[in-house]
Ligand binder design. Structure first.
Ligand code: AMP
Length: 130
């Protein structure tokens, strides 16, 4: 899909803070993170919804979630699907801490400010946790 921003990330036309890649999937940091480590896992092939994806999504998503657990020293990684803003299937993964200010549900309207240098460091920390 020519106009799809995530397809452009897949082919490297748009930069991303990449944390994991395999044959069929890519994971990178969300640019408006709801928390440090907020990651998106996408299929490389364009699908509109996660429910359309034919390849084995859960194996890769589990792998990324386990890396987030290790990187952020937590057992608690929430996942959610919205898909309103970007029409390319993606699963949000957010590592949580009990005192992170979100309560039991993640506040989907929240956003934390993280500068580019910190984003690079976070992506590296996650890559080192596989
Ligand atoms: P939604 O489609 O509502 O699930 O949200 C799309 C998510 O993609 C939002 O959290 C955005 O911050 C994120 N996003 C949009 N463009 C980019 C990008 N170029 N790199 C990383 N994340 C992005």
């Amino acid at each position: 899909m020519d106009s799809c921003i995530f397809c452009k990330i897949v082919v490297g036309e748009i930069p991303s803070y990449k944390v994991f890649e395999d044959e069929n999937f890519l994971a990178f940091l969300d640019i408006t993170p709801k928390k440090e480590g907020h990651t998106l896992v996408i299929p490389k092939k364009h699908y509109r919804w996660v429910w359309d994806v034919k390849e084995n999504y859960s194996v890769t998503t589990n792998k990324v979630a386990n890396a987030l657990k290790k990187a952020f020293d937590t057992d608690w990684v929430v996942s959610f699907v919205m898909g309103e803003e970007v029409h390319h299937a993606h699963i949000h993964l957010v590592p949580r801490q009990r005192d992170d200010g979100h309560g039991s549900l993640i506040n989907v309207d929240s956003k934390v400010e993280i500068n580019k240098e910190e984003m690079l460091e976070i992506a590296q920390k996650i890559r080192d946790s596989f």
